[in-house]
Design a protein around this ligand. Structure first.
Ligand code: ADP
Ligand code: MG
Length: 262
């Protein structure tokens, strides 16, 4: 089982890239599981016909409310937590706190504990597990997937924008901390092109300085939004397009990538 985490700044294209990667890997005959670890809870939307699935935190909250009302409640099962998405991709959303209350990383901690307790990985036996994680703050909650026993390989998504590079560097620092005691390594950088000045040169320079590698440069294409509006990944919605070929190629590069950096 290959356990991969994709980190990056909010809005950089984590969910889009992760969903297309899941879909592409499923096309290559892999059993894939995607776990959304962003309070925004929209990671798997393009894999489930544009509809949100209930998050782990929402399901727990509902159950608590029913219990408070003295209703008889059945235990949450794996079928409640995990949805069957495009081409059999298993989808799960951790969820987030109610705005203004609680810790943003709490959903990630709870969801991962639930999945482990329910033996999700033993039962589904995925070939690849993808964690889509918000990397603006690498707090305990959001660091969960890169702690021992979970993801071993991290790809950071960035553009040439300073804030995205700043977040990327912060994630590298977090990994540096955990790598000493565990197996977590940086697999590399995915450059999600924004078209900023000297974008690729900047990121190649940043990779050199941090001793990492640029694994793939994802082109920017309006077809991504068109498919998004149809509730689909590019893999599902625009097979044969240039962007489809790009995501398939990216998936191949990630599968073949052996680079591991602390
Ligand atoms: P995040 O998960 O990091 O918050 P999203 O994946 O939701 O970010 O992406 C934010 C927006 O950027 C989405 O509306 C998506 O359609 C768009 N986007 C992401 N990658 C690309 C791309 N390569 N080309 C065009 N649009 C993109
Ligand atoms: Mg997202």
């Amino acid at each position: 089982m290959r356990q991969i985490a994709l980190y990056g700044k909010g809005g950089i294209g984590k969910s889009t890239t992760t969903s297309n990667l899941s879909a592409a890997l499923s096309k290559m005959d892999n059993r894939v599981m995607q776990i959304g670890c962003d309070p925004k809870s929209d990671s798997t939307v393009p894999l489930t016909q544009g509809k949100r699935i209930p998050t782990v935190l929402e399901l727990i909250r509902e159950q608590e409310l029913r219990r408070e009302a003295n209703a008889v409640t059945a235990q949450l099962t794996l079928e409640d937590l995990v949805y069957n998405g495009f081409n059999g991709v298993l989808c799960c959303e951790a969820g987030g706190p109610e705005p203004g209350v609680g810790c943003a990383g709490r959903g990630v901690i709870t969801a991962i504990e639930m999945l482990k307790n329910q033996k999700a990985f033993e039962i589904y036996q995925p070939d690849v597990v993808l964690y889509d994680v918000l990397g603006d703050v690498v707090c305990g909650g959001f660091a969960m997937p890169i702690r021992q026993g979970l993801a071993e390989e991290v790809y950071v998504i960035t553009s040439g924008e300073m804030m995205a590079i700043y977040a990327c560097n912060n994630i590298f620092k977090g990994i540096y901390k955990f790598a000493k005691g565990g197996n977590i390594r940086v697999g590399g950088i995915l450059l999600n092109s924004r078209g900023t000045p000297m974008e690729e040169e900047l990121i190649r320079d940043f990779a050199k300085i941090t001793g990492t590698e640029v694994i793939y440069v994802i082109p920017r294409d309006k077809i991504v939004q068109k498919c998004e509006m149809a509730g689909q990944t590019v893999i599902e919605g625009a097979p044969g397009s240039k962007q489809y070929e790009a995501y398939m190629e990216m998936a191949g590069k990630i599968v073949d990538n052996t680079s591991r950096t602390i």
